[in-house]
Design a protein. Sequence first.
Length: 444
Amino acid sequence: MSTMMELIEELWFLARELVSDDYDKALYRLAEEVPMTIHEYPTGTQVWTWKVPEKWTCHEAYLETLDGRRIIDHADHPLHVVSYSLPFEGVVGRDELMEHLHIHPTEPDLIPFVFKYYQRDWGLCTTQQVRDLLDEDEYRVVIHTTFEPGTLKVGEVVVPGEVEESFVMAAHLCHPAMVNDDLAGVVVGVDAFRALLAGPKPHYTYRLLVLPETIGSVSYLSHNEDLIPKMVGGLFLEMLGNDSVLALQQSFQPESQSDKALVTALRGVSPEAYVGPYRSIINNDERQFNAPGVRVPMLSLSRVAKSEENETVVLPYPQYHSSGDTPAIVSQERLEAARDAVLAMAAAFDRNAFVVNHFKGEVFASGYGIWIDYRVNPEGHRNLFRIMERCDGTRTVADIALDLEISFQAVWEILATFAEKGLVSFSPTPQPTDLRLKPGGGMP
Ligand SMILES: [Zn+2]
């Protein structure tokens, strides 16, 4: 079994295009690390309002002077050609070349990641440093690419639970020769699922999807519409290895139990992390899950730095979408911290349920051996009573944590002792215990 960093070292330089041999190679390699079902959707398949693209291959691509001096060569780096570039061969004037030669907007020594999946154009990419030296009138361009029928592939890992209702995680494997976006999310997902598969059977079913961005999510969801009503929560994993604190973006339905459980669990495992509303941190496959007709409350976990207000140009991290996104900017330690956060959130989601009290009045805490000495642990003492008074069958563990502005884990720790003493039990549905709400009871 390879570590997350070993998988990154092995797979990162592949030209993992949406539908491509290198993408497939990476996916099959991951399937050796964790039991995975691979779904295939052929080119041209209608998937809701989209269509599965053709398989694209770049056989060679270069820029030369007319006397044969090679300036840019795809063999050196997959990013030198625009993803899904049309083939082209010919001698072009410098002005025409400049319309098809892309550079990074801010970093002069990085090659940008440019993709034209649906625009149908040809193009090369290089560093600004190289482009600025182009002073000849004409150059020779060779782009030998092919478009052909293929199959888009989605890898699915399932951890069966006691119920069919599922929590879905996703990460995208596409993006040629890049690491943090989003091979990092993929390996964190794979490693988290190795742990889930090795652990006790969970309550919910857990599903990991490894896919090409956007079109992969649409392909999978449109072919599994029957599963959608049972997807009760979700988490998209992206950009999890760079040097920034964890960031949790809420779903389109911030009041969901998925949101409440994940937000309060992250507090317990990564107090320095921050939380932001939907579409405020990243924009990715979670959009397909939160969209109309789907509406899975899917949050996103990343390491996107918190942006200051009024900042106009924000990159999720400095090497984003460029040749600077290499294994050097991620670390095993940060990947592991992200995996631990994912597992803590999954554990909280799994435990989250309505807390039903089997006591009336305030519990005689010392009599039950659950009293916390306020002189030793004043916060624990306060939390004990604040949690106790919220156990009424109408609030979940996460509701209580959110209300008290403490972590899910802190609430769970106390409720676990309550449950051990038979003072509370947990229910997937509300079970109000207020006597006045029962038949014959008074008005609230
Ligand atoms: Zn990206």
